[in-house]
Design a protein around this ligand. Sequence first.
Ligand SMILES: [Mn+2]
Length: 335
Amino acid sequence: MLSSLLPLFNKKILLLTHAGADVDAFASAAAISLSLRGAAKTTIGVPEHMNLNAKALAKKLEVSYKINPSFKGYDAIVCLDFNKSKMLGSSQAQFLEFSGEKFLVDHHSHESEVMAPQKNSYCSKEAISTTELVYSLLKKTRGLKIPKKAYQCIAAGIITDSSSFLIADHRTFRIMSQVMEAANVPYSELVSLFSLERNFSEKIAALKAAKRVRIYKCSDAILASSEVGAFEADCASALVRLGANASFCGYAENGKVRISGRANNRWLAKTRFDLARDVFNRLEKYFPGEGGGHPGASGFNGTGTGVDAHLAKCIELTREFISKKEKNAVFKEYT
Ligand SMILES: [Mn+2]
């Protein structure tokens, strides 16, 4: 297992996020890049695009990155916040062909693909964020001075991936307290590093998701699904905030299908349900596309012309999970 970042010293390193990097992925790369200044030559690479919050963070902290980087000329690649090469999207082939050293730091639910040798990997699905794992590696790297901006990145990853501490335990707060002390900025300022005002169209999308929702009861769980026009992840979160234990939102546009799922934390802890394992990874068997994520937040990107069948399958797979634990679980749709 990787125990510090010393193996990266004096090398030319590509710090690689998953396609569509989120705050945790980008902040992990940025924290390493800022801390290794002078010790290694690093470039942050983001396949395809970056999400808006991550872009805001990059701009505020003035950390540069390359979209769709070429992997040529690097001694090593460090994969951050993903554990299957498909999550690199169009950069997957370059990764598989890369003949230099590969490293992996990640906190996603286990996948069968081995992306980097064990000795170069530092993975724990118990970690709330990948930045938390990066923090632990940075601390254990002798002779390294972690700059304030890197601490701000670590904090940003923890805040976003814990859904503002909804999925946190005492360890999260202990780490956060250390990181905040070192970052030396108030909480509100940390949040403002990556915050965007929810715009008009996001609010309308969430309200429309609520208007078109289909509601199911399975045993004592409330399941919800809705076809939306955009912002499927925000819409799924909104339905959970309204009371669903698990929700699925999605849309099809120009031959592409996107589905997001969210689940209530308390219900997850009680049932051990895992959206990635029990629903989104299994969706790949029924529809063309790629699924994955976390127990409480997962998604599916695929091709197709509609999402009715996808959403129905998400509900069915959730129902299957519940029925396995509880035979004769009553299922019905509220109409
Ligand atoms: Mn993450």
